[in-house]
Design a protein around this ligand. Structure first.
Ligand code: NAD
Length: 522
């Protein structure tokens, strides 16, 4: 799934920001039928050509002087470069985070002051909102609407956890006369965080927020496929007065910088979001040093359409659940299990919706952007070919669009059997597989019949069915009548091989603190 990187060596790396002549198209291509809301302010017209890592409160070049090319997935062209973090850079970042933790830079702040710091980061992010929207289009392939939505979402995380900073109370445990017993929450120390490319800004910010309010310092390895928005977060942290070394953000290749961070001898905690295979290698490294991990891994999440469902709502929700960000969302609804009595109707509506989606560069206001890389496009196409070979019917899509960039057609497979590879493996692309069912037990068995357990959904007007089926689905989140029902406040994470630990909501904070019990003989 990795993009092919071109390393570029620069003899002298300027310390100032560099701006390229790379021109960004403004609002070209929008038309009356485009549902993307019009931006409220003029968009920046240039993208910085060179971006740096943030270590010990300074923006720095890679220690080896190398850079990684940043490719726009909508064109396949290089649009910027970022300093390439090496093992040495990870060492420097971990040392900075360790020093900040040992110096007590966060411990000295009262909890409400740590919370106020997160509010300031959120405020500072506002100043970069337009730049972030443009960066997310060109670096990540997001639509302009989704790029714009990244900032308010990230601010919600920062303010939500900022507000909880002074509410992390321990317990007093009654032991009887002559005893006092209570618990306190303590940070782990240096929290190592490894983030995927599909939503680096909100995913990175929510982990950083949880770490800071609980008193941990952070080294975050940003994704080489989409690193730029996290540099803008680093700048917001810097302007907000986050103490030097408390937050360090380094971009580098997964097998180099990511592996070096996971195996580093001076980290105390790991938050990993990414694929199951990489997650396993991170866990092996963590096991060597017996350090705790939060693992947010992949998914193959299923929605069940019962015969009494509002079909219009169900299909609208299911389409949003798989075609948003071209299906590159861990909790995408990539399987649809439909009662046989409404199967033909649902399939017809799905095909019509999929065929009507405008696919193209997000910056042009299209509804669905590209996949992140040529490699990911090859992978998704190859799995589609497997589906056809397995005997599934390709109802629409199934291949790349004949244009520059890494665009995949919205794809619907029907007549799919649960044991087929396309019903078991994560595409991480705009592909939904549709399967019929006759009984509720059968639908639940199909939904639960993969290695994953990240999310699940169901569409029905019957509250009894909703509650009963929701309890039987093996998934960390269950959505009833709306895919992604929930929010910043609701715990999110996997069961089975989708991982463990929770992000979002109050539960997430539990993954960043250890409990100490203090018992006193009076
Ligand atoms: P990935 O596992 O390839 O990469 C994730 C991160 O790990 C990247 O920063 C990468 O550089 C790093 N990495 C790669 N090799 C490494 C190694 N050997 N040691 C340490 N770090 C390494 O995943 P991806 O392709 O970036 O993202 C897609 C996957 O992530 C999908 O499976 C998706 O479902 C999952 N995901 C899960 C969630 C969630 O919350 N559950 C959210 C987003 C994405």
């Amino acid at each position: 799934m990795r993009r092919t990187f071109r390393r570029i060596r620069h003899a002298d790396s300027a310390s100032r920001n560099e701006f390229s002549t790379f021109a960004i198209r403004g609002e070209g291509g929008k038309d009356a039928a485009d549902p993307t809301p019009a931006p409220e302010s003029p968009m920046p017209t240039t993208l910085r050509s060179y971006w740096k890592n943030y270590v010990g409160g300074a923006f720095i070049d890679g220690s080896a002087g190398q850079r990684l090319a940043v490719i726009d997935p909508a064109t396949g062209s290089r649009v910027a470069e970022i300093a390439e973090g090496t093992e040495e850079d990870i060492d420097r970042a971990v040392a900075a985070a360790r020093d900040a933790f040992t110096d007590g830079v966060l411990d000295r702040m009262a909890p409400h002051e740590r919370g106020a710091m997160l509010f300031r980061i959120a405020d500072e992010l506002e100043k970069a909102a337009d730049e972030i929207a443009v960066v997310e289009c060109h670096d990540n392939g997001k639509t302009l609407a989704n790029g714009r939505a990244e900032v308010p979402l990230t601010q919600r995380y920062l303010r939500y956890y900022g507000g909880l900073a002074d509410k992390l109370e321990g317990r007093q445990i009654p032991l009887g006369q002559g005893w006092l017993d209570y618990t306190v929450h303590e940070p782990y120390g240096v929290s190592a965080q490894i983030v995927p490319w599909n939503g680096p800004l909100p995913v990175g910010a929510r982990s950083i927020a949880c770490a800071l309010v609980t008193g941990n310092t952070v080294v975050l390895k940003s994704p080489e496929d989409s690193p730029l928005s996290l540099v803008l977060l680093a700048e917001a942290c810097d302007r907000a007065g986050v103490p030097a070394g408390a937050v360090n953000i380094v971009c580098g290749l997964g097998q180099v910088a990511g592996a070096a961070l996971a195996a580093h001898s001076d980290i105390d905690h790991i938050v990993f979001t990414g694929s199951v295979e990489t997650g396993k290698s991170v866990l092996r490294a963590a096991a060597e040093r017996v350090i705790p991990c939060v693992m947010e891994l992949g998914g193959k999440s299923a929605g069940i359409v019962f015969p009494d469902a509002d079909l219009d709502q169900a299909v609208t929700s299911a389409c949003g659940g798989i075609f948003k960000h071209a299906g590159q969302i861990c909790s995408a609804g990539s399987r649809l299990i439909v009662h046989r009595s409404v199967y033909d109707e649902v399939v017809a509506r799905l095909i019509a919706r999929a065929g009507a989606i405008s696919v193209g560069p997000g910056i042009d206001g299209c509804e669905m952007g590209p996949l992140i890389s040529a490699r990911q496009l090859d992978r998704v196409e190859a799995l589609c070919r497997t589906g056809v070979e397995e005997g599934a019917t390709l109802a629409i899509g199934g291949g790349r669009l004949p244009r520059a960039g890494y665009f995949m057609a919205p794809t619907v497979f029907i007549d799919v059997r649960p044991e087929m590879r396309i019903a078991q493996e994560e595409f991480f692309g705009p592909v939904v597989v549709v399967m019929p069912f006759d009984t509720t037990e059968e639908a639940i068995a199909i939904a639960n019949g993969t290695d994953y357990g990240l999310a699940a959904g169901l569409y029905t007007r019957d509250l009894g069915v909703a509650h009963s089926v929701a309890r039987q689905l093996v998934a960390g989140q269950v959505y009833v009548n709306q895919w992604w029902a929930g929010g910043v406040e609701t715990p999110f994470g996997g069961m089975k091989r989708s991982g463990y630990g929770r992000e979002k909501g109050q539960e997430a904070l539990l993954g960043y603190m250890q409990t100490k019990n203090i018992g006193i003989r009076l």
